[in-house]
Ligand binder design. Structure first.
Ligand SMILES: [Zn+2]
Length: 276
């Protein structure tokens, strides 16, 4: 890293955080309330750098606001909070549309471009250059931490996956043992999810994860940060795998927080009612 960039990043980290920005994160990124003071400080530094180093563009008539940029940045930076490699070096541009746009397929093109679309959430993760998001879906995914669905976590998990050049559901890992463990746990989870979907069983992980290993990692990341205690309870091996990869434990954060228990209990009650 150049001396100039290092100095610029240090200055960004030291800049004060406007109150309005803190309000936006409190409102739109509920998991951040569980972070301790040191983690909060680190996250805000990361957010500042992320905001400054990416090119942001509103598309389809959308005018970008602080609310949009900070909501997206806070979630993207939460994923990498404890990772050695931060700021998604492959992502140069973040394009935001007002709502879902017309993409209805998922395919991996020759340049590693992954395009996908669903009726309720639509985004794109490009291997070199861009993340495309629907603001309506990004905001809805962030504001409801109990549904285990989060478009920004999903798309940026794809970016972590692709740091090694391939969208194969495995991000760069430290050694061979880590890769072996990753394949075993993910293979078991994939088989489990496919069987559950075939039997029409309600699952904690989005059935979309049956598409392939890349989608499984993305939907697992959504649940890891939105429903960490439920994931720990029902998919312990997967939870521990992601905890070791992300180097943070969202379930323990919720355990320690006074509001945490109520939140997850309500989520479980809601989940059970929906399944009836
Ligand atoms: Zn995806």
């Amino acid at each position: 890293m150049s001396w100039f960039r290092e100095r610029r990043r240090r200055n960004l980290r030291e800049a004060p955080v406007p109150h309005e920005w803190q309000d936006i994160v409190a409102r739109n990124v509920p998991h951040c309330r569980y972070l301790d003071a040191l983690e909060q400080e680190m996250l805000w530094g990361d957010i500042r750098i992320f905001l400054a180093e990416k090119y942001w563009e509103g598309c389809g008539g959308l005018t970008l606001s602080d609310e949009i940029r900070i909501t997206v940045a806070a979630q993207a930076c939460l994923l990498t909070l404890c990772l050695p490699e931060k700021f998604y070096p492959n992502v140069r541009t973040i394009l935001v549309y007002p709502a879902a746009y017309r993409v209805r397929t998922r395919r991996v093109g020759p340049a590693g471009v992954v395009t996908e679309g669903r009726s309720h959430r639509v985004g794109e993760a490009w291997q070199h250059g861009s993340v495309v998001l629907s603001w309506q879906d990004a905001r809805a995914g962030a504001a409801n931490p109990r549904d285990g669905e989060n478009l920004v976590f999903h798309e940026f998990a794809h970016q972590l996956d692709m740091l090694d050049g391939t969208p194969d559901g495995t991000p760069p890992l430290p050694d061979e043992d880590a890769y072996r463990r990753w394949y075993e746990v993910m293979r078991d989870e994939y088989d489990h999810l496919v069987r559950a979907v075939q039997h029409g069983t309600r699952t904690l992980l989005d059935p979309y994860g049956t598409q392939d290993a890349a989608e499984l990692f993305a939907v697992a990341t959504e649940v890891f940060f939105e429903r960490p205690r439920a994931l720990r309870k029902r998919h312990l091996a997967l939870f521990e795998l992601l905890r070791d990869y992300y180097r943070q434990d969202p379930a323990q954060r919720v355990d320690r927080h006074p509001a945490g228990e109520t939140d997850e209990d309500q989520a479980d009650a809601h989940h059970q009612m929906e399944g009836m």
